[in-house]
Design a protein around this ligand. Sequence first.
Ligand code: FES
Length: 154
Amino acid sequence: MGNEIDVSKLDKVIEKYRGKEGTLITILQEAQEIYGYLPEEVILHISRKTKVPVARVYGVITFYAQFYLERRGKHTIRACRGTACHVRDAKPVLKVIKQALGIKDGETTEDYQFSLETVACLGACFLAPVMMIDRDYYGKLIPRKVESIFKQYS
Ligand code: FES
């Protein structure tokens, strides 16, 4: 397992912040950008190179919701379950999203195409019901629109 991950880009990131205080979170963010998540080998490597104890690195990762310890889908779907969306019929939309992907909240499809998260508000209530795929908003959703939207990403 040890040789599967190419750490050359990661080493450049660590090098960039060498000797600077309080950069662990930034290093972790950039590492996650490289790998899409934070595999154990990457965490151990960061710990070794920065001399921050592994337990502390894990402490930071588990504290911030932005970090992922498991491989994620290529695209992240954020479906809103907030009040404004709820009253505009988000429930059947969410049901179709889950059915179309065959996964539940917090899961990733087997082909690693999509990860699904539900969130309390996407800050676009006027578009309710809303979902985001990566950085794109899809508003005024109705169940039968969902699959054709997903098709654009596969
Ligand atoms: S409640 Fe859904 S975007 Fe605000």
